[in-house]
Every structure is written in structure tokens, then in C-alpha cells.
Design a protein around this ligand. Sequence first.
Ligand SMILES: Cc1cc2nc3c(=O)[nH]c(=O)nc-3n(C[C@H](O)[C@H](O)[C@H](O)COP(=O)(O)O)c2cc1C
Length: 478
Amino acid sequence: MPPSLVLSFKENSSAIAQSPDSVVVQSPLVQGNIPPDTLNLNSLSPGLLAAVRMLAAEGGTEEELSDLVLQSDGVAELPKFYYYLQQFISLGLICHTIICEGLPLATRVPFSPSDRFKFRKAAIDQKYVLSRFAYCRKEQGQLVLESPLSHAQIILADGRGAVAIAELAKPQTCGELSSAIPGISQETIQLFLSLLLSSEMLGEVKADGKIQEEENETLVQWEFHDLLFHSRSRKGRHSNPMGKTFRFKDKIEQPPMVKSQMSDDIIDLYQPDIETLKAEDYPFTRILEERQSIRRYNDEPITDKQLGEFLYRSARNKRIVSKDYGDCTHRPYANSGGRYELELYVIVNTCDNLPSGIYHYRPDTHQLCRLIGRNSQVEELLENAGTATGELYMPQVLIAFAARFQRAAWVYESIAYANILKNVGSLQQTMYLVATAMNLAPCAIGAGNSDLFAAAVGTDYYAETSVGEFILGSKSTE
Ligand SMILES: Cc1cc2nc3c(=O)[nH]c(=O)nc-3n(C[C@H](O)[C@H](O)[C@H](O)COP(=O)(O)O)c2cc1C
């Protein structure tokens, strides 16, 4: 039996009869304040009504659907059928399923209305290879193929589809693939490759052995993980719930606003008088204009008093705000949703009156909790930060920002990690400005070792580890 391509409405979309000849077609509901797309179809002919019902039920091939219209209404209604079909496709409502020997082999499911499905037929003798952006993963008990280049996902319902994907890691023609996979015809493979080709998952291998994405200077500069993160944490290329959805409310307790005290070895930090600073500080524009990254220090190290003032001015809790879903705080830097998931760990190399080691900063009491003294992990963290600046020596003080991830993920969906990284930027800039106002030497650091940090401090990598770094020291007078 030859394979067929069956069209149907996407799962959870609806086609609700309003009267005997009118139907409202609606896209699936998504959490997160996104209204569904709706299409009102009025004065439908009996054939068109039957075609819409077929799409909403078991689905049908384009020929079966158009035949319903042709037989019931005659040829005059056919353009209307194709017009409506195009509207459904433009709203991202139509799934395409390859049926092979009566069973589904693969289904293409559009993610959103940004999908512009256009069927591209694969050529029999042409070699094709999988895009380096395509990947398989498990979703709701099914294997799915996805790519950040695509506006759709392919459900691989049959293991032969998964075998074909594995084979496509190297260039293949339809004939080569069908002879490599038992029980699948060349015609079925051609349809399968057409579906992948129509979903930006596959590339046509040119005479030089390359596919188009390898010659595109914009795409070659994207790493797989960056493009996937970008496409999934912004709207447009997926239909996942986004924003404050509180998906774990009443299921999992949220982490507390402030982390509990990590040790009994407490150091009270110096608190500056904010009112005096407001009157006597450098003017704002001077601070802004003079801010710069400084990676070399004075021989005299930074003092505990300066560190206390620096942390107070950039990262203390200013006040608590009670919201219906829990307490949030205000601090000198902006942070998405007031969740303040970033914990500061002060890793001291040299600081007057503060022995070398790792300390946790308590933003509510403005204290340091001493965690560990200088050891090989502390040295490695400091050395890594020093190397990142291109200098040969360690910073005087490294401040590691560790995220309590679940504090953000409890509230946000799709954007929790992206927001955490943005909050790192917000804190880094605040620290730069405070350090400039205090005549200290500040510098943000772009990369750190989160495994090493978690091992040094003893946190669970998945619950809390470093996501950003900042180094600080005394400013050279030269
Ligand atoms: C997110 C971020 C990461 C950075 N990473 C590093 C780094 O790893 N090493 C370094 O020496 N400077 C780093 N910097 C500092 C930049 O190199 C610096 O801001 C830039 O060159 C502009 O110079 P300025 O800060 O003196 O104006 C980083 C800055 C930011 C904002």
C-alpha cells in the first residue's frame, strides 16, 4: 500500500458548531495570558462542513478532503476549500501525518502561527543530511524531533523513523535509506524526507558536500545550545506557556525569600550611612562616565570595611514586599519579579581583616557567614577568575553569584533561566557603579566553573550554583 499524508487539526484545537452552517475553529489554549487564535467560518456549504469535521476528527488526505467538497458541492466550492485550508495552515492548526501500512510513521505538528508550512518534495536521487540543529528528545511518552530552525516538531511514532534519523547523520539518498531500513519503501522514505525538508530539519547536500546552513555566515556563528536557548526563551518559535505561570504552586513549596544561615561563624559587616552618601557621593554622571573595568590592584588590599560598604550599597535587602504568592524583596539592583534568587559568595584572596576563604553574604542581616578557609578549590576558583582577565595574578576578591534556580522557576516558565542571566547583568552593572563611586577596582567575569563552585561550597548543582562572577580589589594609585 502506498504511503499517504493525512491532514488533521492539531490536538486540543477545537471546531465548535455555532449553527447548522457555521463553525468556530480555535487554536489550543496555552497558559500564560495568550489568547487563542479563532477563525469564524459562516455560511459553509455541506461539503465544506464535512471537510472541517473530518479535519477535526480522524483527518484525511488533501484528495479525500477535496473530494468531500467536490462530491457534495461541485467544483465551484473547491477554491473556497483551498482558501480555508490555507487559513488553517497559516494559523498553525494543521498537522501532517505519514501513514505507512495503515499506521502513523511520523507527524509534523506546527508550534505556532509563525509556522509557514510549504510542502517541499524530496528528490529521489538527491543526497540529504540532518541539520546540526536537529535533535531528538522524549515528550509525553513519545520521541520527538525538533530544531531551533523549525517552527514545528516531528513526532516519531514508529521506530523506523528514529532509525532513519540516525542514518541521516551521514548523507543519504532515498534509495540508500530504504535499503538500510528493513520494511520501508523508497516512496515512504521520500515522503518522510519531504516532511523533514519542509520543517528545516534536513539539508540538500551540494556537489562540494555542504548543505546550505553550513554556507550561511550568519548560521555558522550560532552554536546549537545558544540558538535553542534563544528560541525557547523568546516568543515566536514554540507554543509553550511563558511568563509568570506559577506551575508549581500548591505542588512544591517555593524556596524561602532569603537562604537560611549557612554557618554559625558570623561576621558583622560595616554599614555606611546612606543619607550621608546621598549628600556627599560623586555626581551620578561622573560615576557613569568614569566606570571602567580595572584588573590590576594596589599593593594594599581592599579592607573588610570597604567590602562591607560595597555589599551594603549594591546587594542588601532594602525592604520586603508581601505578594499573594509569597514574600519578595527590594535591593539596590533590579531583579525579575523581585525574586532575588542570586546568592553572593565572597571568595577572598587578600582582604584586610578577613582571612582567605569563602563566605556567604546574608542580604537581610548584612553579615558574612564563614564557610571554608583557603584550600585548593578556593585557589582554583580565584585562579580561574584571574586567568579570565588575562592577568597573571589572582583577584583580591572574587564574588560568585549563585542562583537558587527554583526560586525563579517556581514563578516563571520558559524564561526562568534567561531572566536569571539578565539579573546577573543587572547586579554586575550595579556593582560596577558602586565600585566606581568607592574608588575600587571592579571587573565582571564572563565564565566560571559551576561544578567546581558547587563542590567547593557544597551545594546541589541543580538547586544552586554559580551563574556569574565579579572581581574586586583596591585601586592602584598609579
Ligand atoms: C558580561 C560581562 C563579562 C565580562 N567578562 C570579562 C572577563 O571574563 N574578563 C575580563 O577581563 N573582562 C570581562 N568583562 C569586562 C569587559 O571586557 C569590559 O566591560 C569591556 O571591555 C568594556 O570596558 P570597560 O568596562 O572598561 O568600559 C566582562 C564584562 C561583562 C559585562
